[in-house]
Design a protein around this ligand. Sequence first.
Ligand code: AMP
Ligand code: MN
Ligand code: MN
Ligand code: MN
Length: 277
Amino acid sequence: MKADLHCHSNVSDGLLPPAEVAHRAADRGVELWSLTDHDEVAGLAEARAVAEARGVRFLDGAEISISWREDASFHVVGLGIAPGHPALVAGLRAIRDGRDDRARRIGAELEKVGIHGAYAGAARYAEKSSLISRAHFARFLVEKKISTDVKSVFDHYLAKGKPGYVPHEWAALEDALRWISDAGGLAVLAHPLRYRVGRDALRVFLGEFKDRGGQGIEVACGAHTPEEVHECARLARHFGLKASVASDFHGPGESYADLGMTPPLPDDLAPVWHDLI
Ligand code: AMP
Ligand code: MN
Ligand code: MN
Ligand code: MN
């Protein structure tokens, strides 16, 4: 089964509309697919319609932004959720609502280092989206030739400790896990080795995640090196979590991995979709 259970459309910070992401997944041989826009479910109906017309099995998904302890943040993917579940819909709306104020503050911080008009510029990139993300700022800074690519914008301007970074309060872990389980889905920790926390803190987080009902962890990640995939597999075994497969595709030329371009899952791990299809 060729699965890809994490990617984005222009409903959040991807480049392509949901239908185009669905066609691309089908064209690239994905057999089990989920669209997991940040903090939003608005693209799922369109994605499902095209996926099913193309014979691709589809799981409704979303990638939820979490704040944890003093200043850490994590992303939890809900898979197999009922997109209209009231608590989920209200919770995601609350997260999205905080984003515009944060974006204005990011724009103000960038003004201080001489980058003008970044809020308006990012908002233009987010015109078709339900929310504004740092990825939209990154595209504007690349357009202005302030950095050569999206990754280096993060390294120099948008990551924690950099001039345009603004701390933000996302959802609490227990709330996000409750929305996902109330909506009938499974919670999966996204890209485990892409957080700015040490390995000890990651393990403490994973212990809490598992205790509070988290069920899966991304192991075969497009953004991970082969050694990192092995490390995620060890975390899956240690914490008794099911394994997921994730390109985290955002758009042609912008992401580490295209749809379906993921490393193989180690044979001994239970795939997260066994309970979902
Ligand atoms: P936000 O949800 O607004 O904090 O933005 C996070 C998004 O920015 C992620 O979902 C990625 O799309 C993008 N992003 C974060 N870090 C990086 C990075 N180092 N390189 C490229 N894109 C990144
Ligand atoms: Mn993103
Ligand atoms: Mn993420
Ligand atoms: Mn993602």
